[in-house]
Design a binder for this molecule. Structure first.
Ligand SMILES: Cc1ncc(COP(=O)(O)O)c(C=O)c1O
Length: 450
């Protein structure tokens, strides 16, 4: 059953691939990955490459992290599942919550609400934010603000705060009361501003304007990624998130940091919020919390936020939200082992060093290839190249050309991800200097014919 002809013929016959056109999956069959070791993946034809995508921003410690695998196996033997809905708990998740409390102390976050992944974490944060205001007698605060180009998963709440039409239009109407402000994206923005600091101030002014237009008393929360990821890796100026924190605080608006990809070291700091010196009210995590080995997530809550619920006597604080797999013991065991390894390996240091190398290499490629309109990165291991067919006019590259770059890069030794006109790089944080060089030289070959 596992022969390569069977797999290739049946790949998209009985399954639909997420984020793709069903017919396109037939016309352009996806790469079938059948194995992985370290930071390398192997496909059904035995072709091995460095994984420049890191699974999907989640396999931070690579594919061979034995302590996590062992923890999962041991937990399956001990207690493969039990719910933590009202009335029951499990020992492993209690240990994990205590460890997360220590880990997130510098972010001012002390309580965890467990989920099954990133979209669940975003949904949880949005829902609890509305409830927080209701408990405080401020129930007219129901709206959400977010950034254009932001990505917050695909549940209806998350899609409603998403800032990319590709994830919205087909599913509209979305949640009412969600409004977007321009992202601090220097390459393209409505202000025609290329200076990052000035652009940050313009975006913050747009936020102030939107708040006064909507009325601060109608807004529950602002949700943002500290560095925008799926939208094409957009690092804001260092003044942006602190400025946003100040505006939110001044207007009684909760700040939700969506750290589904930035928590646990990717930015070169332990969290994206810490990277910018900001303490959010809620933080969404998932992905690297288990190194991608088990679907799991946690929404971390600040003391003040949590105490509003815990001290409530009005009866409005019962949480009517949760998932069958919230606090799954196997996920909790994976997360506990993963947290230990993440800290032992001090991955932010690695992400910063290898990220600087990768970013510099991409800037060198930009000098060589006119098709690279913009290179973004410089904050850990998340980088992007935006491809254009005309540098002066910034005309986005066509789909066939960028897909060709990806295919040739893959043949030359590295898996990279294409999203619109962007080539996105988010490799495991444990890759070596040589591995980065493999990615760069594969990209060099991939770009050669453009
Ligand atoms: C910032 C952010 N939030 C939420 C999500 C959704 O996570 P999931 O795909 O695990 O539901 C993602 C996924 O990439 C993400 O990058």
């Amino acid at each position: 059953m596992n022969d390569s002809n069977f797999l290739k013929e049946n790949n998209a016959r009985s399954l639909w691939h997420p984020m793709s056109h069903p017919a396109d999956s037939h016309a352009n069959p996806p790469t079938i990955v059948t194995g992985a070791q370290g930071v390398r993946i192997t496909d059904v034809d035995g072709h091995e490459v460095v994984d420049g995508v890191g699974g999907l921003w989640n396999v931070n410690l690579g594919f061979s992290c034995q302590p996590i695998k062992d923890a999962i196996t041991a937990q399956l033997d001990q207690l493969p599942y039990y719910s933590i809905f009202r009335g029951t708990s499990n020992d492993t998740v209690i240990h994990l919550a205590e460890e997360l409390r220590k880990f997130f102390e510098p972010d001012g976050l002390s309580r965890a609400f467990f989920t099954s992944g990133g979209s669940d974490s975003v949904e949880t944060a949005l829902r609890l934010s509305r409830q927080y205001h209701k408990i405080r007698g401020d129930g007219s605060r129901t709206k959400f603000l977010s950034l254009k180009k932001g990505y917050h998963g695909t549940h209806f709440g998350g899609a409603s705060v998403n800032g990319n039409a590709n994830f919205r239009t087909a599913y509209e109407p979305l949640l009412a009361g969600c409004h977007h402000i321009p992202a601090p994206y220097t390459y393209r923005n409505p202000f025609n501003e290329t200076d990052p600091e000035r652009l940050a101030q313009l975006c913050l002014s747009a936020l102030e304007d939107e708040i006064s237009f909507q009325g601060a008393g109608t807004i529950a929360a602002f949700i943002m990624e500290p560095i925008l990821g799926a939208g094409g890796v957009i690092p804001p100026h260092e003044s942006f998130m602190p400025g946003l924190r100040e505006i939110c605080t001044r207007n009684g608006i909760l700040l939700i940091a969506d750290e589904v990809i930035t928590a646990f070291g990717r930015t070169g700091s332990w969290t994206g919020s810490r990277h910018w010196g900001v303490q959010p009210d809620l933080m969404c995590t998932a992905k690297a919390i288990t190194n991608g080995y088990f679907p799991f997530g946690a929404v971390m809550l600040s003391d003040a936020f949590a105490e509003t619920f815990e001290k409530d006597e009005s009866g409005k604080a019962a949480v009517g939200h949760g998932y069958t797999y919230s606090g799954h013991p196997v996920g909790a065991a994976a997360a506990l082992a993963c947290l230990g390894e993440t800290q032992k390996l001090n991955v932010p240091l690695k992400a910063a060093a290898r990220g600087a190398q990768l970013h510099k290499g991409l800037l060198d490629l930009q000098v060589k290839y006119g098709v690279i309109g913009d290179v973004r990165g410089g904050h850990g291991l998340m980088c992007a190249m935006e491809l254009v067919s005309d540098r002066t006019a910034k005309t986005p590259i066509d789909k066939n050309t960028i897909n060709g770059v990806q295919e040739r890069t893959y043949r030359a030794g590295a898996m990279v991800r294409v999203s619109g006109p962007n080539i996105i790089l988010s490799p495991p944080l444990v890759l070596t200097e040589d591995d980065v060089n493999v990615i760069l030289s594969a990209l060099d070959k991939g770009l050669a014919d453009t």
